[in-house]
Design a protein around this ligand. Sequence first.
Ligand code: AHM
Ligand code: MG
Length: 338
Amino acid sequence: MPKRLGVTVSRQIMDSQRLHPEATGDLSGLLNELIVAAKIISAEVNMAGLADILGQSGKTNVQGEAVQKLDDFANATIKRRMEQCGYICIMASEEEDGIIPVLDGYEGKYTLAFDPLDGSSNIDVNVSIGTIFSVHRKITVDVKGTEADLLQKGSQQVAAGYIIYGSSTMLVYTTGVGEGVHGFTLDPSVGEFFLSHPDIRTPDRSKYYSINEAYTNYWYDSTRNYIEYIKTVDKESGRPYSLRYIGSLVADFHRNLISGGIFLYPRDKKNTDKPEGKLRLLYEAAPMAMIVREAGGLAITDDGGDILDIKPTSLHQRVPLIIGSSKDVELAKRFFTS
Ligand code: AHM
Ligand code: MG
């Protein structure tokens, strides 16, 4: 096949739809709507440093509204676009406790769970943040969808992805087994995402680890022993590993996906109200797990189970997460399950 240049994300979505004659185009439509939301959020994130200046000058944002907190803005933007797109029936967002219905008459056959702006504590310091999304097919007969439609295993996702607002804005997504993981970079001068990272494969083994090491004193022995091991000097096996931790899941995950690495947010004894760690299953761990798996990596929880096999019981359920290069995750699994 000749190498194609300048492939836009819409072109890529249409091309992969063509390979599925049974496809109705709804998933393509859904992704295209999300991409518009991502562009709007990206434009706003890029203005973040100017928020005070804009506020003082009485300026408004791209939507013609007064400047608001970025995570609220991102949540409202995705909701507004998706509730009337006609492709989904129900949504869940990290920013909202309950289910989010769509407009009457616009119910479609998919569900959407999203974290509108993950790592938002990093906004003020100009560190990369991101939007994460997970799509399932509706399984109940209820036209409007129910919570049960959202509470499906990660292995049932039909699409998953994230947008990273970093030195450039990138969209990374997959539409399932055998479809590959593709990365697109936004060219802000023309407002288009162009294919920049076709068929991403994550390295099998790495020499990088990402964990919040400040919690050492709250760790269980399995975490302590594994981290101790990868820090022990042994030239032959490439140890010690190097630490890279941004504290913004999309940024940490993206770097590891491209360069190789293992990210851990295991359970710890820090917060008794968060015995399962901090990250959420539905719209953080499961979509990242689908992406990493499709790119050749692995994602497990800290009892060794596959993240994609966990059946969620609530919208905002937390889950211990170990994710990244396959050989590194396999090695970690031995420490966490012994
Ligand atoms: P948020 O959803 O409130 O932004 O929190 C999630 C973020 C992740 O992006 C990141 O991996 C994690 O919190 C970092 O947590 P910690 O500061 O405990 O290391
Ligand atoms: Mg989050």
